[in-house]
Design a protein around this ligand. Structure first.
Ligand code: ACO
Length: 320
């Protein structure tokens, strides 16, 4: 049994914020941001939040797949920015779209979340536990960013992307998931877990912290390594790959991965210019844009690859 994406949808934050807008609030410039990251603008959510964007993307994915939300039997949401500790964000989506027959839970793996969630969905389809699964990547990182810190605030945007998947006797789907918790401090955002009346500490919600150069080095090493391992294991030649759809964190990371894989940059679609890094949402948003633009044909072999906090990273080789 293989896993097939039968519909896609996406929804970005409502408000466009350009590099020039950010130059009004921190000491930066359009030139610095563009040349270091490729980002020109990003979309921040003002009202929708994680669950609102996720629900909108999910409705669009169901419509695109030609199914009613009632036909879903599982919703998996990859996010680092749920609005509540509980209920989980997937249950919020379930309620908002009326997916009354679906179980629902969240997966936390930062920017790798969508790649992990899609592999989780695949395992459930193979096991026969579920038949029609909605996999969503959604993040509202603008609420975790310190808007006084120019080294991080210029990088992120808010958005959501969703796919509907079903099992298929034909096709192919293989994945790799990796983690290295010993390097967790490279990229962190503290949750509310510190204080209680015994230890006398006040719970503190932290901002996102990142050692940019370490993340850069980690990504350009692990992503090509992981993709090469996957292709080798499946005995698929690079020439057979139509697209490498990578997590959109930085244009230079993508360029470097292409170079290390010795593959032309044209095989690495990008939309970071318009959205910035939307964390778990980057890959499904890009997939949706490509799908709606008619760039994906049934039978195309594509590679998806994510990397991020944890540290976590992974890749999927699948047939469109
Ligand atoms: N505008 C102007 N100057 C800036 C800005 C800014 N927005 N941010 C940092 N600088 C300055 C720094 O203060 C530093 O100044 P100094 O030399 O006087 O000290 C100088 O620019 C260079 O800073 P570096 O951090 O060395 O810049 P670098 O070339 O490494 O680029 C960047 C920083 C873009 C963050 C890069 O390291 C990177 O892309 N890393 C990957 C991290 C990433 O993509 N994270 C996304 C989240 S994680 C994920 O999605 C997996």
């Amino acid at each position: 049994m293989m896993t097939r994406i039968i519909g896609t949808g996406s929804c970005a934050g409502e408000s466009i914020v350009t590099n020039e807008d950010l130059a009004q609030i921190v000491e930066t410039s359009d030139e610095w941001i563009r040349t270091r990251t490729g980002i020109r603008e990003r979309r921040l959510t003002t009202e929708l939040g994680t669950s609102g964007m996720a629900a909108e993307a999910s409705m669009r994915a169901c419509e695109n797949a030609g199914i009613r939300p009632e036909e879903l039997d599982l919703i998996l949401l990859a996010t680092s920015t749920p609005e509540y500790c509980f209920p989980n964000g997937a249950c919020q989506i379930q309620a908002k779209i009326g997916a009354v027959n679906a179980a629902a839970f969240d997966i936390s793996a930062a920017c790798t979340g969508f790649v992990f969630a899609l592999q989780t969905a695949h395992s459930f389809l193979v096991s026969g536990a579920f038949r029609t699964i909605l996999v969503v990547g959604a993040d509202d990182l603008s609420k975790t960013v310190d808007w006084k810190d120019r080294s991080t605030c210029v990088l992120f945007g808010d958005g959501a992307g969703a796919v509907v998947v079903k099992g298929d006797e034909k096709g192919s789907f293989h994945g790799i998931m990796k983690a290295d918790g010993s390097r967790s401090q490279v990229l962190t955002c503290r949750a509310r877990t510190e204080g209680n009346f015994r230890n006398g500490k006040t719970p503190e919600l932290g901002y996102l912290h990142m050692d940019g150069q370490e993340v850069f080095k980690f990504a350009v090493k692990k992503v090509p390594e992981c993709i090469s391992q996957l292709l080798e294991e499946q005995q698929v030649e690079k020439e057979e790959i139509r697209y490498y759809i990578l997590h959109q964190a930085n244009e230079r990371i993508i360029e470097s991965v292409a170079k290390r894989l010795k593959e032309p940059l044209e095989k690495f679609p990008m939309n970071i210019q318009q959205y910035g890094n939307t964390s778990a949402a980057t890959i499904p948003i890009l997939l949706d844009e490509m799908n709606r633009a008619g760039k994906l044909n049934r039978g195309d072999q594509i590679v998806l690859s994510g990397f991020g906090g944890g540290l976590t990273w992974g890749a999927i080789l699948m047939e469109w």
